[in-house]
Write a protein that binds this ligand. Sequence first.
Ligand code: THU
Length: 131
Amino acid sequence: MSDDLFSKARSAMRKCHAPYSRFPVGAALRTEDGRIYAGCNVEVVSFPEGWCAETTAIAHMVMDGGGVIAEIAVVAEKLRACSPCGGCRQRIAEFARPDTRVFLCDAAEGVVETVLMEDLLPKAFPTEAVR
Ligand code: THU
């Protein structure tokens, strides 16, 4: 993993807006051409309207011209190995390859587990289907 991906995810986590769940999450991704984007979860009082840390990071990447995700680290303050939710798995897959590495992190220890995209979301709805 590129050295600072975990620390960037943890810094992003500290910027979260999570007053309802009090469950801070951060994510940081590196594109194949070496750019890094981070994000935190953002909650809204009408609960389903909030969004995840991974989604914020992906939005930053898209706003900066898009890219292919080579690696993504996810960290939560209160979970040892934070794994992306179902919706975020599909969002990451949209910009990933089967061998994209997903790092499940602990806020104190760093990377606890590394999973490949193809294992995190097997049989993903294929982007080719609607292109
Ligand atoms: N959350 C994320 O940011 N990423 C995930 O992959 C799972 C959940 C956030 C959403 C919500 O703000 C909080 O964690 C509790 O579900």
